[in-house]
Design a protein around this ligand. Structure first.
Ligand SMILES: Cc1cc2nc3c(=O)[nH]c(=O)nc-3n(C[C@H](O)[C@H](O)[C@H](O)COP(=O)(O)OP(=O)(O)OC[C@H]3O[C@@H](n4cnc5c(N)ncnc54)[C@H](O)[C@@H]3O)c2cc1C
Ligand code: SF4
Length: 334
């Protein structure tokens, strides 16, 4: 295996040129960027990923977290999850992002994990991680062992007959509610992708998880300025209190005054094949009183398309209650 370790003075174009020689940017890519390595190295140990070339981007000058002139925030691709969660501007203006990151993994993992790596972390579906089992995501056309097997932790929204894997990231859920934009540098130049368009539904190509093409390097993520007077919150429900992935989670960003909601942004985690923004829930909340009945309407709307499997039907009600409770907490005394 070849490892290219880039340094602070390397032009990111060099990383892009090397990676653009790969046949794909998806599952099985033979040339990979490596950030914290907490997803990629894990999967290499399991033989799920077998890249021949790694491009270590940790020393590229892509680690800044800074205010933008318009009041938004720019976050470098290799900024560590810990640095992002504890950044004063994130804690002040984007509390939901800080809470989401700190609810995930462990302090040691968050010290290593990068913003881009977290955006691209892979599913925890046990069959994906076991090369002895069929899995359309790992090996297209081999089948999906989870649909008739152990699927308690898997998705109920955005699934297909080919894959029901959950997107496991907490950070991605907050980024979806905050309407983040992902900035990419590729062989054909730079482009900006709204987070809602970045992750793909499995459909009949579950091995394609994002719109990235060979050579595409995530350089940074931007957040729009915080909505004036908003309150935001991340609520994560899981089997144990730490070091565990979400069974259901909710990121809410709400502006309310005198008991009335004027603006809502809602995303769910633990239940979708991608970070699950629900504009249906938002429509139920906008211009409505901040009452439990309205919150329940929003939760019903968010889960309307849910398709549970043999073991994960409990997630439908769990996700609804998670969203209702998050909304109650976020609007208390508003
Ligand atoms: C035990 C354990 C528990 C965990 N618990 C949680 C949890 O509760 N919640 C949660 O959200 N997460 C959890 N995680 C996942 C963790 O958050 C991710 O592993 C981490 O965020 C990945 O970031 P990284 O920088 O280490 O990625 P890497 O492993 O370095 O990279 C991941 C992928 O991104 C690609 N990549 C990296 N940087 C770039 C770039 N700039 N441009 C293009 N491609 C890039 C790599 O090629 C690779 O395919 C857990 C992980 C472990 C091991
Ligand atoms: S749910 Fe997706 S990742 Fe899991 S076995 Fe089926 S195809 Fe593979």
């Amino acid at each position: 295996m070849k490892i290219f370790a880039l340094n602070r003075t390397t032009d990111p174009a060099q990383a892009v040129a090397t990676a653009s020689k790969a046949k794909t940017a998806q599952q099985g890519a033979e040339i990979r960027f490596i950030g914290g390595g907490t997803t990629l190295i894990d999967l290499m140990k399991l033989n799920v990923e077998q890249p021949r070339t790694l491009i270590d981007i940790n020393r590229l000058p892509l680690d800044k977290i800074e205010a933008l002139p318009d009041g938004g925030l720019t976050i470098g691709a290799v900024a560590r999850n810990s640095d992002l969660a504890f950044h004063p501007l994130v804690r002040k203006n984007y509390a939901v992002l800080s809470e989401a990151i700190l609810s995930g993994a462990s302090a040691q993992l968050r010290n290593m994990a990068t913003t881009a790596g977290n955006l691209l972390q892979r599913t925890r579906c046990m069959y994906f991680r076991d090369t002895a089992m069929p899995c359309n995501k790992r090996e297209p056309g081999s089948g999906c062992a989870a649909i008739t097997g152990v699927n308690r932790s898997l998705a109920i929204l955005g699934t297909s007959e080919h894959c029901i894997a959950t997107n496991p990231s907490d950070m991605n859920v907050a980024m979806a509610a905050l309407e983040a934009t992902i900035h990419v540098r590729g062989p054909k130049g730079e482009r900006s992708i709204p987070i809602g368009d970045f992750h793909m539904l499995p459909g009949n190509t579950p091995h394609r998880e994002t719109v990235l093409e060979p050579g595409d390097l995530i350089t940074h993520v931007t957040l729009p300025p915080p909505a004036p007077g908003n309150r935001s919150l991340y609520l994560k429900l899981r089997d144990r209190a730490s070091y565990e992935f979400a069974l259901a989670s909710a990121a809410v960003v709400i502006t309310a005054a005198n008991g009335k909601i004027s603006r809502a942004r809602i995303a769910l985690g633990g239940v979708g094949t991608k970070p699950w923004r629900s504009t249906d829930a938002e429509n139920e909340l906008n211009d409505q009183p901040a009452t439990e009945a309205v919150f329940r309407n929003a939760a019903e709307a968010a889960l309307r398309g849910a398709k549970p499997q043999s073991q994960n039907g409990f997630k439908v009600e769990l996700a609804k209650r998670c969203l209702v409770h998050a909304l109650k907490l976020a609007t208390q005394s508003a």
